[in-house]
Design a binder for this molecule. Structure first.
Ligand SMILES: Nc1ncnc2c1ncn2[C@@H]1O[C@H](COP(=O)(O)OP(=O)(O)OP(=O)(O)O)[C@@H](O)[C@H]1O
Length: 263
């Protein structure tokens, strides 16, 4: 990775600032409440990691933050104001399965920039920079869809970062990748964060949460049951659900055992 050039500090740099927050956010579908009364603050410049069991509501919360789903109740504030189109444009989201165009690696980057009206020399500069940071320069002219899983995910993240987002939302970006590919993705995310991009990331990997998180939010059955600095939550979880998840135990408080099983 090239040497990190930090952005100039802002006048509020020493105080944690809230970049995006939810207040009593709820979301439902098919008659069920899937996200219930979630109030969370994401701090500017930090890496916030969402953890919790399968079906806890992590992906839904990420989509709500990005404005892809309409809340049923509650609100989402971006820098203290309701989430609007400009706020959404200041975010970029990367999905678990990369969604790439049937074009070359470089053309995928160019296309994203052209949609935002970036062309000519500035476009070429940003494509070259993105390729270098993602370590994809040698694959620039290869069709994106023949890349390995790790390379495709690096390209997805690079494409998101070419748009210079303030916030990068990532839904399990390293699911099903091996340790070497995972490490490269983590480096890419950390490099972006060191240059001022705030991160909200979902993971199933407790080790990754330990490596990456500044802040943790633990979801259980659509509710935020625990949140705080990573060290505190990961080393001393308070809720039974987070304790169980972190120690690798199964924990259910909603599923009724099959009759006759004695469970
Ligand atoms: N459009 C929908 N209609 C009905 N139920 C949905 C819809 N989208 C999600 N759900 C349900 O909401 C719950 C939370 O889903 P979500 O994908 O957010 O979980 P998750 O914590 O990301 O899980 P995983 O770790 O398995 O990806 C799940 O029970 C899911 O089946």
């Amino acid at each position: 990775m090239p040497e990190v050039v930090p952005f100039p500090p802002t006048q509020h740099a020493k105080q944690p600032q809230t970049l995006i927050e939810t207040r009593s956010l709820s979301y439902g579908a098919t008659g069920q409440t899937l996200i219930r009364d979630v109030s969370i603050k994401v701090q500017h410049g930090k890496r916030t990691v969402l953890i919790g069991a399968n079906g806890a509501g992590k992906s839904l919360l990420l989509r709500l933050l990005h404005g892809l789903l309409p809340p049923q109740a509650g609100e989402i504030l971006w820098r203290g104001k309701p989430l609007d189109r400009a706020a959404r444009d200041a975010q970029a989201m990367v999905f678990q399965k990369p969604v790439l165009l049937r074009r070359s690696v470089a053309a995928n980057l160019r296309f994203a920039l052209s949609v935002r009206g970036v062309s000519g020399r500035e476009c070429r500069r940003r494509v070259d920079e993105a390729l270098e940071l993602a370590r994809l320069g040698h694959l620039a002219h290869r069709p994106a869809r023949v890349l390995s899983g790790g390379e495709q995910q690096r390209l997805s993240i690079a494409r998101a970062l070419t748009l210079n987002p303030d916030l990068l939302l990532l839904d399990e970006p390293t699911a099903s990748l091996d340790p070497a590919a995972t490490l490269m993705i983590e480096e890419q995310i950390n490099y972006a964060n060191a240059r001022g991009v705030s991160i909200v990331m979902v993971t199933h990997d407790a080790g990754q949460a330990r490596r990456m998180a500044d802040q943790i939010a633990f979801l259980h059955n659509g509710q935020l049951v625990e949140t705080g600095p990573a060290d505190a939550v990961l080393n001393n979880p308070a809720s039974p659900a987070a304790k169980a998840w972190l120690s690798g135990r199964l924990y259910t408080d909603t599923i009724t055992p099959p009759p006759g099983t004695g469970l």
